[in-house]
Design a protein around this ligand. Structure first.
Ligand code: SF4
Length: 288
């Protein structure tokens, strides 16, 4: 199998590319996404939310390579045997690539490691997602935007999760860039890249990312949707892309509905909230 751009041996199929042209293909897709959705404007300093996984590390690497001003923010949830490993990696990666990295933890902000919360029988991902969103917003205030490593697979999963849970109001919060001015805007430059493409990119570019999965991932609703969607993609190639494209075709309607959503301030932490105490403070109080 030959690369479609040169005579070299292809290392990736569909599209067939050699190492060099596959990397260029991925980086071009990121560039086009940024340009098309106007994700990053001139002179903006971007905070990249990193976990030490393949997606956020590749994103940090690509944005730096494309010449953007980037700094990294990592959140330590407190998951033994997992986050300590990925955090050690991202610290080393940022040092080697001369990127400023700030690390904050749930223990610091919420008084508990996720491991300890889960021991009390709470659902891990619901709490984890709420705390992470809260902290990413809190610690990225000095930046123009916060970039996350969400890819095409993540977005297709999120669309289905919100539909299956009948959370239509949450659908308006997705897309390549969030729109609420009360929060630091989140951007997703890897939006049109498949998970397997990013995995291959990280491997080809020798990013040496530890390929381990959070021990709670398989128990989550997202885990079930991910497995089902992967099965569908195998049977009907292009399923994930079609879900995201269809979603994008209705985002303007969803965005209109969101405009009328009024937000107050959480009386405890000042975080924008639609219902008195924000969700992170409500969970924090329930854990005492
Ligand atoms: Fe947190 Fe769940 Fe992700 Fe693990 S899989 S890091 S618990 S959101």
């Amino acid at each position: 199998m030959k690369c479609k751009s040169c005579k070299e041996k292809a290392v990736y199929s569909s599209p067939n590319y050699c190492k060099k042209h596959f990397s260029e293909y991925v980086e071009k897709k990121v560039k086009q996404t940024i340009k098309y959705f106007n994700l990053i404007e001139k002179n903006e300093k971007i905070c990249v939310a990193v976990s030490g996984g393949k997606d956020s590390t590749s994103l940090l690497f690509i944005l730096k390579k494309l010449g953007y001003e980037v700094e990294a923010l990592a959140i330590d949830e407190g998951i033994s045997g997992y986050r300590n490993i990925t955090l050690d990696f991202i610290k080393k990666f940022c040092k080697e690539n001369r990127i400023k990295l700030v690390v904050k933890s749930y223990e610091q902000d919420f008084g508990k490691r996720l491991d300890n919360v889960v021991k009390k029988g709470e659902p891990a991902c619901n709490i984890c997602g709420t705390f992470r969103r809260h902290m990413l917003n809190k610690y990225s205030q000095e930046y123009s935007k916060i970039a996350t490593g969400h890819n095409l697979d993540d977005e297709a999963q999120a669309v289905l999760m919100n539909l299956f849970k009948a959370q239509t109001h949450m659908l308006g919060r997705q897309g390549p860039m969030t729109s609420k001015k009360e929060f630091v805007r989140k951007i997703k430059p890897l939006y049109f890249l498949k998970e397997k493409e990013i995995m291959a990119y990280a491997f080809i570019n020798k990013l040496n990312v530890p390929f381990i999965e959070c021990p709670f991932a398989s128990e989550s609703f997202r885990g079930s949707i991910r497995d089902w969607l992967n099965k569908m993609e195998k049977e009907q190639p292009g399923t994930k892309e079609k879900i995201v494209k269809h979603y994008l075709s209705i985002t303007s309607i969803l965005a209109e509905e969101r405009k009328s959503e009024e937000l107050d301030e959480c009386p405890l932490c000042g975080y924008p909230s639609s219902a008195g105490l924000c969700k992170a403070c409500r969970i924090k109080m329930s854990l005492k």
